[in-house]
Design a protein around this ligand. Structure first.
Ligand code: ASP
Length: 397
């Protein structure tokens, strides 16, 4: 009896020590998750009316060609962002680098490739949030900024404010001596040329969904979330969506997790989507379930409300869910990249692109549940610790 008791005590002590030392040695998982927009997002009434006038059909979905362009750019974005996590253990840099790659790709509705407003302007919104001190920088309706996420960071780091909009935000960029203004024509992707009126017969007949967002956590549990968008096609000039609003399209809090959303911004603001997701996560629900619960709740309260979100919980669980037709998503925990656009799609490629690159790789497709979610990668180490403690206890006591 005494021997059994001793065994129990020794087993518990060894297990405890091994788990603690493993956790200290490893730190938490470094995770980066991104999205490249939800398909089938709302389109403004003005835009629909104009499309009617020009007999343009709106499908609102991500076409196969567009999906491929998004996937290639998402792989580049994950690789650029994850490099910052790997080398610097810097979650902010990971978010910014990943978003910059997507802003620079015309496959997305953010930075270069942004959709046009009712008057044919490009007006972009962006935000970055530090989950540790809740520092936040956001910009709305900026017209001449190549990388709005960089300006959002500048607002966070060098102004006393959280949110700057329009002309004054651009002036702030200029006065910083760290950023230049660019002409609207340089932000217009080659699928719509600068001298072409936005209502004429060009490929804008499809609402090219493609807001971009990223959430990252480093080994110390510091979480950053960022989102960047050109908004909705044909929106009123001056309209700002959910993206740069804390608790609507984006949220980060080390004590809860990080969230970046995409979809019909007006509904996301009204339903306080990111806040509600965070509330469920705080109550113990996993990231994936929290997102789907909130999206269903939103759709039941607001007609036709659709979109999606990505999230990382404070314990490292990841979620990516949508109630629109599609959502472009990708994540990495350091070994490989998982990504997809269509429901049920989960393509797996190595993170290291010297092993294989882009869409020409030997990708393996693993069917998953729609959306899908991951869990913390510390489980293997904990399991190893328990087994070792068991063997040591049996042989020693
Ligand atoms: N949420 C963005 C907005 O309404 C659009 C999108 O995510 O597609 O501005």
């Amino acid at each position: 009896m005494a021997r059994q008791l001793w065994r129990g005590v020794v087993f518990a002590c060894i297990t405890f020590c091994m788990i603690i030392s493993h956790a200290v040695a490893q730190g938490g998982d470094k995770i980066l998750i991104i999205h490249g927009g939800a398909g089938s997002v709302r389109i403004s009434r003005q835009f629909l009316k104009l499309c009617d006038n020009y007999s343009i059909t709106i499908t609102g979905t991500i076409t196969p060609a567009h999906g491929t362009a998004k996937k290639v750019a998402m792989l580049a974005a994950i690789r650029a962002g994850y490099a910052a996590l790997q080398t610097e253990d810097d979650a902010q840099l990971a978010v910014i680098e990943a978003i910059k790659v997507m802003e620079d790709s015309p496959a997305f509705n953010a930075g270069t490739g942004s959709v046009r407003s009712a008057s044919g302007e490009v007006e972009m919104d962006a935000i970055i949030i530090n989950g540790t001190d809740l520092g936040t920088g956001a910009v709305g309706a900026v017209r001449h900024i190549k990388n709005p996420i960089t300006l959002a960071r500048l607002v966070k780091d060098t102004s006393e404010h959280v949110f700057l909009v329009g002309y004054q935000a651009e002036l702030f960029a200029l006065n910083s001596n760290q950023m230049n203004l660019v002409p609207t024509s340089s932000l217009i992707a080659n699928w719509t040329t600068s001298n072409e009126g936005w209502t004429s017969n060009h490929p804008r007949k499809q609402n090219r969904a493609g807001t971009v967002g990223a959430v990252a956590v480093n080994s110390r549990g510091q979480i950053f979330a960022g989102t960047s968008t050109g908004g909705l096609s044909g929106k009123m000039d001056g309209r700002v969506g959910d993206t740069p609003i804390v608790g609507a399209g984006t949220l980060a809090d080390d004590e809860i997790g990080g969230i970046s959303a995409t979809g019909w911004g007006e509904a996301f603001i009204r339903y306080r989507v990111a806040s509600r997701i965070a509330g469920l996560m705080e109550g113990g629900m996993n990231a994936s379930m929290s997102i789907s619960t909130v999206l269903s709740g939103m759709a039941s309260r607001i007609q036709d409300a659709d979109g999606g979100a990505i999230a990382i919980g404070k314990n490292g669980d990841i979620g990516f869910e949508w109630n629109s037709e599609q959502m472009a998503w990708a994540y990495s925990k350091g070994v490989d990249i998982h990504y997809g656009v269509d429901r049920g799609e989960d393509i797996n490629v190595p993170l290291d692109d010297s092993v294989s690159t882009g869409s020409t790789t030997t990708e393996s497709t693993t069917p998953t549940t729609p959306g899908g979610s991951g869990s913390v990668g510390r489980k293997g180490g904990i399991f190893f610790g328990i087994i070792t403690a068991f063997i040591v206890t049996i042989s020693v006591v």
